[in-house]
Design a protein around this ligand. Structure first.
Ligand code: C2E
Ligand code: MG
Ligand code: MG
Length: 731
């Protein structure tokens, strides 16, 4: 009650009061009115009951002095009406009666009269009675007002409370709903008491029923992954000390099934006035799926999708770490192997990508089986792999691993019905060269691998700095080569092809040279492989074709011979398979005016094998133009002699290697003889390449080889020299 607002005092409290005298005796009214007015009361009078009731309803009175004995409506009835009128019933009524009406007085009191006085009255006594009655009424009024005020406040508070309870209920429901919807487990830790409430969902998330997990902190903390527990506690303590505004942590917790689940835990503490955390409550969400997705994404970003091996990014990262470690621990040496599968492209193109993919996967497995778990095997792309060997005791150790890898990879593979044997070329770079950049180390290992390829593949080569110099030179050469066509630096040389029986010149093979501005005249072996790599072989070949055809046509016109001389041009595989090949050949012939039968295209046996089934159609297309076809370097590709007849080929050129060994071993003669006989049976010309000695010449003539080419007759001649030679034919 003491927090109730003070009640405004009623006007009646400050004034003596307003009194109505109801009496049928006029004199009595007059006297009484005078006396009461003298005491300070405001007084009105009514001569009968009806008037009294009317006046009471019109004006506000504090007290009625009511005579009981009145004609018409007596005091008893007036009292009855007052007490049954809601507007009047609080009015104080003092009944006035003669001694004889005692029964009436009792009835009046019962009916609500406040007091009574007997006639004739003593004014002092009456005043005291009036005062007491008015005071009672005031008290009563005040109490009523307090009561009303109290009721109003209680009602207001109740409404407030109901509103906030409703709001609380709504927010609780909302939270419960959200928690249920979010699949959150809830927890509430009373730190002082050392107990934790875990919601059923919290327990369910760990695979337990409601009654299977108690209420101690250990039920929780003992299940946290050992690697995550420390950080969990550090974060929690930081929040308790208010260093973190809230507790939020992702960690792993042991599930009943023995697996660890990732959880996101959030909580908020409550502190006492001494700043100690006394309670903390929060939620826990299972984020295992998100974590797995994240880990998968991270894994994908760092691994090769085909083999599952680390990719270049991860490999580079590991290598950088190794470089940094070496600075701290100067004895912790390492090596990088750069590995490339030999002839992978051929397998991939001929047996299909599916076989190619399986081959790469198998290679990845074998690679990994050949190294220690601490080593890193990565796939950089295509058929290129790298291995980081760390640590190594000595450099030979890396070479031993390279040998082991090559051996493991060389075991036959059985893929989709094919037996495949692969070899690999490996370059090795050592940390002892003082590398600071991973990319440089990988580049050097790559350079060494390139040298392994140059040395005939299936071997390993350790990097030495001169290789890098060579690589730079190669890069420079490539730049120069791109400009060579534009700068008109290529030259054609012409090597005569002779009829062995008579020694007569029947034609020339056009052989390219590069007049390099600084390095002088370069032979094809010095730049053609590079042109091939750099994609320049196609434009170069078309230049050669145009140049050779127009030169031959000029000679034919200027220095006619009988029979006409032919020109042989080498056609590399890359050009051979160009879609517009036939069109362009026709165009060259049209432009230069050379009759097609005087053009011979030399295609190596390797190209024939490489393009397999494609070959026949392409060859037929060329033959249809009237151009003749030669198989170049025959014998080096080990193609089966038996299917030679399936190709529409006119000339077979026996590789120089067979010719050069003709004198040495008896066996070589047999092979050459077989080839010659076969060619003759198939109605083909045979040209023996690289005839250097009279003995070779003699032997070939005896074997009935029709044509020859070689230094014995003439080397590749410049244009002027060739022209001079042609002039001697004519003469
Ligand atoms: P190839 O087509 O087999 O050319 C024959 C090669 O043997 C030529 O070397 C020629 O100079 C050389 N040679 C000729 N007689 C003898 C001999 O008695 N002894 C020795 N040791 N060698 C002899 P070259 O000019 O260095 O050409 C090498 C290869 O380069 C050619 O082999 C051919 O495959 C390629 N090549 C040359 N010119 C061109 C060209 O214009 N375009 C294309 N695509 N390739 C060419
Ligand atoms: Mg040739
Ligand atoms: Mg040849």
């Amino acid at each position: 009650m003491n927090n109730l607002p003070p009640v405004q005092p009623d006007v009646a409290e400050t004034q003596p009061g307003h009194i109505l005298i109801v009496d049928d005796q006029e004199v009595l009214r007059f006297l009484l009115r005078r006396e009461l007015a003298a005491l300070g009361y405001t007084v009105d009078e009514a001569p009968d009951g009806h008037t009294a009731l009317r006046m009471l309803r019109q004006r506000k009175f504090d007290l009625v002095l009511l005579d009981i004995m009145m004609p018409d409506l007596d005091g008893m009835q007036v009292l009855h009406q007052i007490k049954h009128d809601p507007d009047l019933r609080d009015l104080s009524v003092i009944v006035v009666s003669a001694d004889t009406d005692l029964d009436h007085i009792v009835t009046c009191i019962r009916n609500g009269a406040d007091d009574y006085v007997f006639k004739p009255y003593n004014i002092i006594l009456l005043n005291a009675r009036i005062n007491a009655s008015l005071e009672r009424k005031r008290l009563h009024d005040r109490e009523r007002r307090y009561q009303r005020e109290l009721e109003r406040i209680v009602a207001e508070r109740t409404a407030d409370l109901e509103r906030s309870q409703a709001a609380l209920r709504v927010s609780e429901e909302r939270y419960a709903l959200a928690a249920r919807g979010a699949n959150d487990g809830l927890w509430d830790w009373n730190i002082a008491a050392g107990t934790i409430y875990f919601s059923p969902r919290w327990k369910e998330m760990l695979g337990y029923a409601e009654d299977e997990i108690g209420d101690t902190p250990n039920e929780w903390f003992d299940r946290i992954h050992p690697d995550d527990r420390e950080l969990f506690e550090v974060r929690l303590m930081a929040h308790f000390r208010r260093l973190l505004s809230n507790f939020q942590h992702e960690y792993r917790i042991l599930h009943r099934d023995g697996s660890y689940r990732w959880m996101l835990c959030r909580g908020l503490a409550i502190w006492n006035d001494r700043g100690q955390a006394v309670r903390i409550a929060g939620s826990q969400t299972d984020i295992t799926d998100r974590k797995k997705a994240e880990q998968q994404l991270q894994h994908d970003a760092l691994h090769d999708s085909l083999t599952g091996l680390p990719n270049r990014v991860l490999f580079t990262d590991r290598l950088e770490r190794a470089i940094v470690r070496l600075r701290r621990e100067p004895d912790r040496h390492f090596a990088v192997l750069f590995l490339d599968l030999d002839r992978f492209k051929v397998i991939n193109d001929s047996l299909g990508h599916e076989v190619g993919d399986q081959l790469l996967i198998a290679a990845a497995v074998r690679l990994q089986e050949s190294v220690r778990p601490s080593d890193t095997v990565a796939r950089l792309g295509g058929d290129e792999f790298t291995v980081l060997l760390e640590p190594i005791e000595h450099e030979q150790q890396a070479e031993q691993v390279a040998e082991r890898i090559q051996q493991a990879l060389s075991a036959p593979l059985y893929l989709q019905g094919h037996t495949i044997v692969i070899s690999s070329s490996i370059g090795i770079a050592y940390s002892s060269n003082g590398y600071v950049q991973a990319s440089v180390l990988i580049r050097d290992a790559d350079t060494a691998m390139y040298h392994a390829k140059l040395r005939g593949k299936a071997c390993y080569v350790r990097f030495d700095p001169s290789m890098h110099t060579a690589a730079l030179a190669k890069l420079q050469l490539e730049q120069d080569l791109r400009l060579a066509l534009e700068h008109n630096e290529f030259r054609l040389f012409y090597q005569p092809i002779v009829l062995l029986r008579t020694g007569a010149i029947v034609g020339f093979e056009a052989l390219i040279r590069w007049q390099h501005p600084q390095r002088g005249l370069l032979s094809p072996s010095e730049f053609l492989p590079l042109a091939e790599e750099a994609g320049l072989i196609v434009p170069i070949t078309w230049w050669v074709l145009e140049e050779a055809c127009s030169q031959m046509q000029r000679w034919r016109e200027q220095i006619p011979t009988e029979p006409g001389l032919s020109i042989s041009v080498n056609l590399p595989g890359r050009v051979f398979t160009q879609p517009e090949l036939i069109e362009r050949l026709r165009h060259v012939l049209d432009q230069t005016g050379l009759p097609p039968q005087y053009l011979k295209l030399e295609i190596t046996e390797h190209t024939f094998i490489e393009f397999g089934s494609l070959t026949n159609n392409l060859l037929a297309g060329i033959r249809n133009l009237g151009i003749e076809l030669c198989i170049d370097d025959f014998g080096t590709g080990y193609s089966s002699l038996s299917y030679l007849h399936t190709f529409p080929v006119n000339v077979l050129k026996i590789d120089r290697s067979f010719v050069s060994r003709l004198g040495e071993k008896s066996g070589q003669g047999d092979i050459v003889q077989t080839i010659i006989q076969l060619a003759r049976n198939l109605n083909m010309e045979v040209v023996a390449e690289g005839i250097e000695t009279p003995e070779q010449f003699e032997q070939l003539k005896q074997l009935a080889c029709s044509h020859g080419q070689g230094w014995l007759f003439a080397p590749a001649l410049s244009e002027a020299e060739a022209q001079a030679l042609i002039c001697t034919i004519k003469a």
